[in-house]
Design a binder for this molecule. Structure first.
Ligand SMILES: [Zn+2]
Length: 116
């Protein structure tokens, strides 16, 4: 579903474990990180508590570059709090069946109708 990110070097080593709605965020993140250190690689990409989580490594980066990448990744993870994980439309944090998700009104209505 989200396989169209595999052409990006930053994500070449990971299986993206979150919905396609965050692909734009991930694509932008890869471009910015690559401009800082082209050898940096994501090691894990997933959804946790309704938010995007990106783990990464940059063994060749300087301390300054590591700090900058850390800030860039945190900023992009924060963007996921307002974008539907399913479709990328404006969304917000909600709870479905005891699980925290970030979704637009439509996807929330659709999914919450299954879990009561
Ligand atoms: Zn949606």
């Amino acid at each position: 579903m989200s396989g169209d990110l595999s052409d990006l070097p930053f994500f070449s080593r990971v299986h993206i474990e979150c919905g396609p709605g965050w692909n734009d965020i991930l694509r932008h993140l890869a471009a910015v990180v690559e401009s800082i250190d082209a050898t940096a690689r994501a090691t894990l990409v997933k959804e946790k508590l309704g938010l995007l989580r990106v783990y990464w490594e940059a063994p060749n980066a300087t301390d300054e570059q590591l700090r900058t990448i850390g800030l860039v990744v945190a900023n992009h993870e924060r963007m996921s709090a307002t974008a539907c994980e399913k479709c990328g439309k404006p969304g917000e944090s909600r709870t479905i069946g005891g699980r925290m998700v970030t979704m637009c009104d439509d996807h929330y209505a659709e999914l919450s109708s299954f879990s009561g």
